[in-house]
Design a protein around this ligand. Structure first.
Ligand code: NAP
Length: 249
């Protein structure tokens, strides 16, 4: 059965590893092509947008896709909605593999904000030392608040740099360790973090470090996701694939 796995996350890579090498599956992992040096994947990869709902529906028909697993990031809402619409239109079973959001713990100084512009606003007028753990395109909006000092971490370099007088850049890909996050946040005297509630273990260390250091975190609200069958674990996703294949035969 040809199976399309929408990826760009560590979970998608791990699921691909679990499903690789089976002779009853022909797996294709799809990446948007955002990162300059994507990590190697254990299955064949196609890269780039499909061209909206229509393009994705056409891809499903052209490749006789028997099932789709949406294992994209919890903030990648457009592709998730497109997958729901295209799969419904073509009649292809769809499963979402979704990470649960992190839950607030005692000592967390979290403040929810609607989106990136709201986060810029919430930093306030007085200069602060800010750590941005966002995508390199999302950080652009912070040029509107040049009074703050920024430490910006991204997978690829921010080019051109942010148009503010004081910004330092860290190019790094998770997973991150709590000790390293404490050293980074403490070393830069960070007072506030802007981040996504991504869930999962790979990027949680900054949240634990923030709690330990008493640093406030502005958390971007998760976008609404389409109502489709969803699971949280790789085991459940593998079981779903088995079920879909059994129903076809
Ligand atoms: P998005 O806003 O939901 O999608 C924008 C467009 O990018 C989609 O309409 C689609 O183009 C294309 N696209 C997205 N994911 C794709 C995939 N897996 N395969 C093929 N095309 C894809 O997505 P995003 O937030 O920019 O995220 C892009 C990628 O980065 C995703 O793979 C996501 O898992 C990963 N990622 C995102 C975040 C985040 O914070 N958003 C963090 C880590 C990783 P067409 O309409 O042309 O098909």
């Amino acid at each position: 059965m040809p199976l399309l796995l929408l990826g760009g996350t560590a979970e998608a890579r791990r699921l691909a590893g679990r499903l690789a090498g089976r002779d009853d599956l022909k797996l294709t992992l799809s990446l948007a092509g955002r990162t300059e040096n994507p990590v190697p994947q254990p299955v064949p990869v196609r890269t780039g947008g499909f061209g909206g709902v229509e393009g994705l529906a056409q891809f499903l028909r052209d490749h006789a896709i028997g099932a789709v697993i949406d294992a994209t990031h919890p903030y990648a809402a457009v592709i998730s909605r497109n997958a729901a619409t295209a799969c419904a239109a073509v009649g292809v079973p769809l499963l979402a593999l979704r990470r649960a959001p992190w839950a607030r713990q005692a000592g967390d100084l979290w403040r929810d904000v609607a989106d990136v512009p709201a986060a810029v606003e919430a930093l306030g007028e007085a200069p602060r030392r800010v750590f941005l753990a966002l995508g390199r395109n999302e950080v652009r909006a912070f040029a509107a608040a040049p009074q703050h000092s920024y430490v910006i971490r991204s997978v690829d370099p921010v080019v051109p740099p942010l148009a503010v007088p004081d910004a330092a850049y860290v190019v790094a890909r998770g997973p991150f360790a709590e000790d390293d996050e404490r050293a980074l946040l403490g070393g830069h005297g960070i007072e506030i973090i802007v981040a996504k509630n991504s869930g999962g273990a790979a990027t949680y260390a900054k949240m634990a470090a923030a709690r330990a250091l008493g640093i406030e975190v502005l958390l971007l609200r998760r976008p609404d996701m389409p109502e489709v069958e969803a699971v949280e674990s790789l085991d459940e996703a593998v079981a779903w694939v088995e079920r879909v294949m059994a129903e076809r035969s």
